[in-house]
Design a protein around this ligand. Structure first.
Ligand SMILES: [Zn+2]
Length: 84
């Protein structure tokens, strides 16, 4: 997958988590607003949803990586955190 627009990376990195419906409410709202106006992320999100349909066969425990809390805090670069 190519990344022609690096400014979009924070959203694209969170797309998989968003597709799993695993984002906190405030971050999910940010993602929904972005996807509504970003064709590129919308296309990728559609792809993630196909993957999630397959992952639905796995338990939630299987989807949780070790150190999940650390990964969560690192998801959004400071400049793009939605809590401003
Ligand atoms: Zn985007």
């Amino acid at each position: 997958m190519s990344h022609p627009d690096s400014s979009d990376d924070p959203f694209r990195l969170a797309l998989g988590v968003f597709a799993l419906n695993a984002l906190p409410d405030d971050e999910r709202r940010v993602m929904e607003a972005h996807i509504a106006r970003c064709q590129q992320c919308r296309t990728e999100y559609d792809g993630f949803r196909d993957v999630v349909a397959g992952l639905a066969l796995l338990s939630e425990k299987d989807l949780s990586p070790p150190g999940g809390e650390e990964r969560r805090s690192a998801r959004w670069p400071a400049a793009t955190r939605p809590d401003s």
